[in-house]
Design a protein around this ligand. Structure first.
Ligand code: ZN
Length: 216
């Protein structure tokens, strides 16, 4: 279950209206952290109860340390800190589509508490704010590290991209595989896609088409 996946960054200047582009000054509006904390001891006892409930002996050799590992996994997942997600740059006249694709995140389906991975592609048309490149991945991971639905994940990523870039033109596409579909239920490997298209990505088919070409 490797998650190392290098995001691919593209900048397409075919929509560039004003020629020369960017005189930039960094604007750093602070670190955003996600809120929930876990009760580590309670998680350990819940895991012990779970083992008993499925007919296991929590004291047997192989399971002795499992409640601690279980609690640590939940703590790492829920208390994940994405770091600073909103360093942006003042940009002068950069009217162009910027895309970052291949951001692979792992999340947990809130209906089954089973993992799903999602590969997220983000695009926006820069107006007067350009987002620092690592921030796309941080934002995607931030919203993945909670109980989620893929449709909601793509919406939340789009909301934050819109918020930090101040751009109305934002596109987010998610493609994910959900273990609640592939290891239980219908047991059929399949990829679910969800997209959020706003502003010109919604109203201009050629802009949406250009985004889809760029993230291929
Ligand atoms: Zn599910």
């Amino acid at each position: 279950m490797s998650t190392t996946h290098k995001p691919i960054v593209q900048s397409n200047s075919t929509l560039h209206r004003n020629g020369t582009g960017a005189g930039m000054a960094v604007v750093d509006t602070g670190t955003q952290v996600s809120g929930n904390r876990v009760d580590f001891n309670k998680l350990q006892s819940i895991c012990t109860e779970l083992l008993i409930a499925i007919g296991e002996d929590p004291d047997r050799e192989g399971l002795r340390d499992t409640p601690r590992r279980f609690a640590k996994h939940w703590r790492d997942f829920i208390e994940y800190q994405p770091g600073n997600t909103n360093t942006s740059f003042e940009a002068i006249s950069t009217d162009q589509i910027v895309t970052v694709s291949g951001i692979k995140v792992w999340s947990l389906c809130e209906h089954h508490l089973l993992p799903f991975w999602c590969e997220i592609s983000i695009g926006y048309i820069a107006e007067d704010k350009v987002l620092g490149l690592s921030k796309f991945a941080r934002i995607a991971h931030k919203y993945a590290h909670r109980l989620q639905l893929q449709e909601q994940l793509t919406h939340q990523v789009a909301d934050e991209i819109q918020h930090v870039t101040k751009s109305e033109d934002v596109a987010v596409l998610g493609r994910g595989e959900h273990l609640c579909m592939t290891m239980r239920g219908i047991k059929s490997p399949s990829i679910m896609s969800s997209s959020v298209m706003r502003g010109r990505f919604r109203t201009q088919p050629e802009t949406r088409q250009e985004f889809m070409e760029m993230i291929k």
